[in-house]
Design a protein around this ligand. Sequence first.
Ligand code: HEM
Length: 504
Amino acid sequence: MIIFIALVSLFLIGAVFYSKKFRRNENDDSEIPGPGTLLFLKRVYSVGLQGFHLCLDEFGHIYGSIFGFSCMGQQFVFLNKKELIKSALSCEEFQARPRTIFSEHLMRHEIGWTSDMEEHQRLRKILHKALSIYGDGVQKFENVVSKEIESLCRRIEAQNGADFCMNDFLKDSLVNLVSILLSGKRIEDHEGDSFDVDVIWNYIESCETVAHPLTMLVLSVFPFLRNMPGYWGNVYEENKKTRERILDIFYSSMKETYVPGKIRGIVDVLFEIQEKERSRETQWLTDAHVQGTILDIVVAGLVTSHHTLSAFFLTLLHYPTVQRKIHKEIGDVIGFHEPPCLNDRPQMPYTQASVLENFRCSSIVPIGLPRRAIRESLLDGFVVRKNAVISPCLSSLHHDDTIYDDPHIFHAERFLDDKGKLLPQEDSQHQSLLPFGYGRRQCPGETFAKSRIFLYITTLVQKFEFLVSGNAPLPEWDPITYDHKLTSIPPRFMCCTKTYPRDP
Ligand code: HEM
């Protein structure tokens, strides 16, 4: 602990002295406004990982749509207005990711962290192809997801009205779903000792900590900390260890038992691509790429969907009228005999609006993944230096009261017109909602995630009424109170259910 405090203090002192060299010139209009390094670090130090995005929100109110600071010669730029975020995220100069411990040592060949744009484009195409074994054949995707949700329903039914932790139930179900999509098997069907949901979840939690902007900042400035005993060293080692466990199951074991032409899941699609390339002697997709794509699906795909759904069900407990309206729409459009399917979605504007409002309120990725400027450029008339780290404050944008009235209230109707139809895509509220980022690096799992979220919500709300537990206090609703790492993490909560009669 003493070493930790000494190092952090050293970091602060060093950062301030070194940054004096790069201090902004108050009289230069092209300099990005912002707090001095000391003020920024002091504020961040006092709120920690938890309140980082709220502290950015405060600075946004003080300095405006673009602000920043420099630390150890490194410029950090934050954006919080729609136009600026969109223009920066789609601008060719800002498509690379920063060079961090995460991108250089832990996630080198992942789509999300590579800065080689040719590699990036090819990997994105490959991910789309791999996902399309479930996505294109919508029927197949629906069958797999619906089967998994059915087993979640059976588990909830077996509670017989007793309390259960919704976050945990969702976690088990989504982890199993990812396991089936990758390998064709549920978690418990994998050979090997002690492989369970927690092995995957521990890796996800570790990635959340390692990829947090603050961790990246500290480890980029003091890379040696990752090899030293103590907090940062443990964070780094834990990530490497848990990552190996996941690759043992979803890569090594799958490779050992792979039979060409026999596709068990997404991982085999990647092996098939490798096989084809080998036969044409155009080998490009390396084993490291395959492993990176698997980890992308596990981490980026799971944690975001889990937190989005947990936030949604917490909202249903706080806002029972929302639950009733969705249930009614399900009754009107689907009825209570057939399970929901993706074709029902266009006929369900209220449910769709609630999903959008949940994306907005919960802002599960509060600060979009950072980008790096590959050359010095101008943004909104301000100079962004080469290698500057640019981060969109998505949560601030989603709570901008010049776009959304009463932004801290859940109000699905804001996405509906006065006839109850979903607002068109061109509407400014729609246009300002960027939960999946923007530009060439926009989330490639968006369609996949939205389909999965729709099926989970409609299938569960069709069958069950979700009720507040009588035995455990319900945590607050306001996402401002969530725990924060790389994502916003809704609190764990207990609930119980009543099963609707089939003909209500
Ligand atoms: C509710 C669910 C999800 C949310 C809110 C979400 C959000 C995001 C955001 C904000 C980004 C950063 C985009 C940018 O830099 O502009 C991103 C990137 C990414 N997401 Fe998602 N995501 C979700 C689900 C998924 C799923 C299901 C997958 C995979 C199957 C996935 C895979 C990725 C990957 C690989 C990237 C990196 C893209 C790149 O750098 O080119 N995500 N996501």
